[in-house]
Every structure is written in structure tokens, then in C-alpha cells.
Design a protein around this ligand. Structure first.
Ligand code: NCD
Length: 304
């Protein structure tokens, strides 16, 4: 595997191996502190980011490597009209691996076709976000001790939320996974995910707009933000943005070992009172993101 564009680029065995390496890094960080000496990661972010970009940068630094890049397309030659394909060919001359986020679906795939160095998709429009999913898988593996036999509630913007699309794709490969898809009518999961992933793999799922309906059955509750930047009009966004606000009351029937996740950034969808609850895993999840990205960089650079 040269690039990571879609979570399906990784087999279950490869994911298992990445999780194993990430866990080893957490326990023995010093063993890895010079693995990427003299290597450079370029982070090309054509769309805003905090966690993904900074966790990639922290990951490379903790491997002893260096980082170059930009966090705003306006400060790059894109603003002069340069194509993604040209930018990638140039950046490939200065770096060993590239993490790229772009508002256009498929842009990282196009970049990978032109690139001489490995490309990591750090989010493409409302499509995919495979490294967030690796983060989510490591979180689930550490917090629940398993990746199978889980009932997963996914709540919020299931239409535009790219983390949701990649997560459902990944989890559908494990045994006895059930989904409760919680969203307002307008933000339901796209048909292609239902047909090509859920139905094709015979995954049990229900769709509802009520967050409490199946609360007592959930092992994981994955909350998401309404994706403001993908809306065509402000009015719809304003109407839907506070549709779900998870608070302690709504968790009344939830399991004691429920794992509450969120890719972050949070807007209003989880009340801050939930942060104190032992079941809130979202800040731990952000931390796991750095370790799995370290494991991924090593894999793509073929460093053991
Ligand atoms: C997510 C994204 O960019 O899709 N953020 C992240 O990478 N952790 C989720 C979001 O922006 O809502």
C-alpha cells in the first residue's frame, strides 16, 4: 500500500497491525523517537483543521522527523491558480510523505495519481476521513477492548459528515456490528452508504431522529457536528444546528460502560456537563489520534 485515500485501502489485518504499533508507541515512546530522523512530512491543508493537522505534525515530530506545509490555501500558490496536481508534484520534491485535506471530494485520489511520495487523505469534502477512522478504531480498541459485537449509535450530520462515512465503512467489516443512525430527515446517511456498505454486508441498522429511542442498547455513541461549510443556505443550517444536544438527562438509560465519542470540533451537540462523565471519551480520542498517525507514517514510509 502506497497511499491512504480510503479506509478500505487497509485490510483488517493491516488495521490490526497499526493498532498494535500505536499501542506499543504509547507504552515505549522513546523506542520510536528517532525513527523518522531526516524525514519530512508536508501538511497541505486547503481547508481548516486543528486536530488533524496538529496531530500529524506532533506525530512526525515525536518520530524525530520534520514538518513543512501550509494551513490555509490562501497562503499557498493555489491562490495564484496553481492546480492540485502541480502543487503535489512540487511538494513531493521537498518531502517524503504528504498529508492533504481538500474541500473537493476525490482531490487526494487525484493527487496520489501524480505524486512520487505517499499521500494521506486528511479529509476530502463531505466524502472520507480515513485517519479520523483509524483514530476512532484505536479509541474503540482501547476503551472497549474489542472491535466486534458492538451496537453503535451515530448521531448528527450523517449526510455531510465524512468521519461518519469512513467509520461505517470500517466497522461494517467486523462481526456482529449494529448501527443506530440518528439524524434529522434532511441529514440522513447517503443512499450509497446504505446500499454499498450496510446492505451489501448485511449489517443490521435502523434510522431514527430520536436520540433516546435506543440509548439503552448502545455500546458507542458517536456524536457529530452539523457541517456548516457544506450547506447551501444559512437558513437550513440555523434550523438544524442545535437539533441534538446530548446532556446528562438524555444519558439516563445509557449503559454504564457506554463510550461517547466525537471527532471534534464540538459546537453545541454535547453539553459541557457531559465532559465530567466517565463515559465521555472524546478528548482521549483526540490523544489516540497522534499515536495511530505515528503508526501510519511508519507504515507508509516502510520503517519498522
Ligand atoms: C472532522 C472533520 O474534519 O471532518 N474533524 C476532525 O478531523 N477531527 C469533523 C468535523 O469537522 O466536524
Amino acid at each position: 500500500m502506497k497511499n491512504l485515500i480510503d479506509i478500505k485501502d487497509l485490510s483488517i489485518e493491516e488495521i490490526e497491525e497499526l493498532i498494535k504499533v500505536a499501542k506499543d508507541i504509547m507504552q515505549n515512546p522513546e523506542k520510536y523517537s528517532e525513527k523518522c530522523k531526516y524525514k519530512k512530512l508536508a501538511t497541505l491543508f486547503f481547508e481548516p483543521s486543528t486536530r488533524t493537522r496538529l496531530s500529524f505534525e506532533a506525530a512526525m515530530m515525536e518520530l524525530g522527523g520534520n514538518v513543512i506545509g501550509f494551513s490555509d490555501a490562501q497562503s499557498s500558490s493555489t491562490s495564484k491558480g496553481e492546480s492540485v496536481s502541480d502543487t503535489i508534484q512540487v511538494v513531493g520534491c521537498y518531502s517524503d510523505i504528504i498529508a492533504m485535506r481538500h474541500p473537493k471530494e476525490g482531490a487526494p485520489l487525484v493527487a496520489a495519481m501524480k505524486s512520487t511520495v505517499p499521500i494521506i487523505n486528511a479529509g476530502d469534502g463531505g466524502h472520507n476521513h480515513p485517519t479520523q477512522t483509524l483514530t476512532d478504531l484505536l479509541t474503540i480498541a482501547c476503551e472497549k477492548n474489542r472491535l466486534d459485537n458492538l451496537t453503535i449509535g451515530v448521531c448528527g450530520d450523517l449526510k455531510f459528515g465524512r468521519t461518519v462515512h469512513s467509520l461505517i465503512t470500517a466497522m461494517s467489516r467486523y462481526k456482529n456490528i449494529k448501527f443506530v443512525l440518528i439524524s434529522p430527515e434532511e441529514l440522513k446517511i447517503p443512499e450509497y452508504i446504505k446500499e454499498e456498505i450496510l446492505e451489501k454486508n448485511n449489517i443490521e441498522y435502523i434510522e431514527t431522529n430520536d436520540i433516546e429511542e435506543k440509548m439503552e442498547n448502545l455500546d458507542i455513541l458517536y456524536m457529530t457536528r452539523v457541517q456548516k461549510e457544506r450547506f447551501f443556505n444559512e437558513e437550513d443550517y440555523l434550523r438544524l444546528k442545535d437539533y441534538y444536544i446530548l446532556n446528562i438527562n438524555k444519558l439516563e438509560k445509557a449503559k454504564k460502560d457506554l463510550c461517547i465519542m466525537h471527532p471534534l470540533p464540538r459546537v453545541n451537540e454535547i453539553a459541557t456537563e457531559v465532559d465530567e462523565d466517565d463515559r465521555a471519551c472524546y478528548f482521549k480520542q483526540a490523544k489516540y489520534g497522534k499515536y495511530i498517525r505515528m503508526a501510519l507514517i511508519l507504515k507508509l514510509l516502510k520503517i519498522s
